[in-house]
Design a protein around this ligand. Sequence first.
Ligand code: AMP
Ligand code: GLY
Length: 417
Amino acid sequence: MLVIGGGGREHALAIGLAESDLVGSIHCCPGNSGTAKVGINHNLSLDDIDGIVKLAKNIKTDLVVVGPEGPLVAGLSDILTELQIPCFGPHSEAALLEGSKLHAKEIMNSLNIPTGGVIILNSESDIKQALSSFKPPWVIKRDVLAGGKGVVVTEEISEAEDFIIQSINTDDFVLLEEFLIGEEASMLVIMDESGYVCLPASQDHKRIGEGDTGLNTGGMGAYAPAPIVTPAVKQRVEDEIVGPMHHYLRNQDKPYRGVLYVGLMINEEGAPSVVEFNVRFGDPETQVTIPLIESDLAELLLATAEGRLSSIDPKFSNKSAVTVVLASKGYPKESLTGLPIKGADSQIEEGEIKAFIHHAGSDFNDQGELISTGGRVLAATAISSDLRSAVEAAYAVIDEIELDGSHYRRDIAFRAL
Ligand code: AMP
Ligand code: GLY
């Protein structure tokens, strides 16, 4: 198996795959210090699509699992499919659901999928009128892959105007979106042309600060299952969003084989709307979702990549999982990296409680010492029969980690608790 990417998500995928009897060996590209313990890392850039394809051929991989969106938008899945190498992750055209927010809006509107209204702005003269047609806070989205940095949500009209003007100058146009009120949740849906499977719903914590305050990040922690997604809400998500999207995607020329990440806003009445689609697993949602899949992960992902998902009936655990992200000093702005890390082997195994560390932005230096290499460095993940004891175990583990200037949120899972 070849896992593409090098974050906490890919460490979680590698661990899940390693538990399968079907899997002989795991290769990661580029991987991190966590995947190095599960398999073999290959130091290639994610932009080097030709290099990744060559690697897949050289190691005669049976399955490529693509973590991040970049290689999917760049066409990695298209090339692998042509070479008849099974790939979990959609082709480049479908990847535009994440690559272009305008494209995603157009598809949702054509399928009557609930989502916020939008105004496209391409001229400075329209800005004031457009801003007056929505109540604050204003949601402004660039139509590019920006790693979570292309969205501004603000009540400051001058900040809104500045970001709109700046975006029009660089990208020619920008989206001004209706602000959706409610609670967010993430629904990861594995799908191919034969069927779809909704994984346990999770909730990310996108803001840097406790109580969901401060700057947006890639995600500071997550838990699953998320009680906001009640059985009734889940049914609505399937009827109004997942079902129509699956119907649309299965009927395209090329089938969608991978995971569709549905970013949801659920209002007080339990009505879901789409905040965003991603064409990949979420990070850190994957770290709490994979451990709740009781069935063979390799079989599930391989069946999807081969278009025979409907032959699999995956089973899920009824436990709870939580993950708390430890970030470098400065994150989400400029992260201080290259610092030594201690305590990353911290773990708990007590009865039904299990807690351990997912590695993300960390690697071994030439002396074999663990050092920080990114913004989100490690994540303490815990699984237990109840969420509260999982949360306590995750914090007990993360408290053992020593990394100068590092920080983490103390309130992960607060909405559910
Ligand atoms: P996105 O990259 O589209 O997921 O946006 C990043 C974050 O901004 C989301 O996770 C939400 O917290 C927030 N956001 C985006 N769009 C909206 C919206 N229409 N209404 C409210 N919040 C939003
Ligand atoms: N955790 C948010 C994302 O993966 O997009």
